[in-house]
Design a protein around this ligand. Structure first.
Ligand SMILES: NC(=O)c1ccc[n+]([C@@H]2O[C@H](COP(=O)([O-])OP(=O)(O)OC[C@H]3O[C@@H](n4cnc5c(N)ncnc54)[C@H](OP(=O)(O)O)[C@@H]3O)[C@@H](O)[C@H]2O)c1
Length: 284
């Protein structure tokens, strides 16, 4: 049995759907059973409750051989993931896969990658065989700008002239499926990127090519982003996200890896492919 978290979210949900398509038996911890009704109907065993609740996690871990931990960024992420690790160890889990991030490095300077790195270290010290999946910026984050692209032919983010090697969550999930069902992945950290390093101006150019009309990227001042998101994200999370985006603007995620190709035997999806596959969301 494989236990997943975050299946009503982006990467956890896509991983669950790809595992189901392969006929793999899975269980998931969900807060809201109604949101996971499609997955339950497709055969996912649901344990309903909050991941911070040790009794819920203990129940979900019964008879589990492998687990994948995906949680959103927030003040409680590190504590919840460390508690999950302790409970997984006690339950005899034989392989723990953590969704981390490429920015999670020993000397990370902002809270989100710092928390990921701290959890990675905690898992490595736990003695449970592990794999870290460390993606670049998700292409699917661009869907948050779909309305602006559709109606104003532009999008605005506080990433300045910074670069990413953004990756499609369908590819990130495919790596998670391979890690959970294949051999030889324990003790490995996999940095997953798309095929190219791009500024957001380059991303806008990819949109223009596919949509056949000029799409512009307009860098947003960080203060403007902060005031726009005040009240949308809680203060810890907003500060942390601003820190992360400032790093992209100032330093950038400036390299790609060939990890995806080595693991999956094909090229990762490009931004062009991503836009083509979501054209209905972006075309006016
Ligand atoms: N976005 C990026 O560009 C990027 C890049 C690299 C790494 N990452 C990492 O990816 C992770 C986020 O993944 P994602 O975007 O796939 O997540 P997501 O779409 O935000 O989904 C989060 C999932 O976790 C569930 N969840 C949240 N709190 C919970 C709780 N207390 N108990 C049980 N379930 C809970 C949510 O359930 P509900 O539906 O009930 O809310 C949802 O299913 C983060 O750790 C982030 O650092 C992100």
């Amino acid at each position: 049995m494989i236990l997943l978290t975050g299946v009503t979210g982006k990467t956890g949900g896509e991983t669950a759907r790809q595992l189901l398509a392969k006929g793999v038996k899975i269980r998931a911890i969900v807060r809201n059973a109604a949101k996971a009704e499609d997955l339950r109907a497709a055969g996912v065993e649901l344990v309903v409750g909050d991941i911070g609740d040790a009794a819920v996690v203990r129940q979900a871990l019964q008879g589990v051989e492998k687990a994948m931990l995906v949680l959103p960024n927030g003040k409680t992420q590190q504590a919840n993931e460390q508690q999950f690790t302790d409970l997984a160890k006690a339950a005899g889990v034989k392989h723990l896969v953590k969704m981390s991030s490429m920015e999670a490095v020993p000397h990370a300077e902002t809270p989100i990658p710092q928390a990921h790195w701290a959890v990675e270290e905690y898992i490595r010290a736990s003695g449970i065989p592990w794999t870290m999946v460390k993606p670049n910026f998700f292409m699917q984050n661009l869907l948050a700008s779909a309305n602006s692209i559709k109606t104003q032919k532009k999008f605005s983010l506080p990433m300045g002239e910074g670069t990413t090697g953004m990756a499609d969550i369908r590819d990130i999930a495919a790596v998670c499926v391979e890690v959970l069902t294949g051999q030889g992945h324990t003790g490995k950290s996999y940095e997953i990127t798309g095929p190219e390093v791009l500024t957001f101006h380059d991303v806008a150019a990819r949109f223009s090519e596919v949509l056949g009309e000029k799409i512009e990227y307009v860098p947003m001042a960080m203060d403007q982003f902060r005031s726009r998101m005040t009240g949308v994200l809680e203060p810890w999370h907003l500060d942390a996200v601003c820190g992360l985006f400032r790093e992209i603007a100032e330093i950038g995620l400036d390299h790609t890896t060939d990890t995806f190709r080595q693991l999956m035997g094909r090229e990762p999806r490009s931004v062009t492919q991503f836009v083509r596959d979501h054209i209905a969301a972006f075309r006016g």
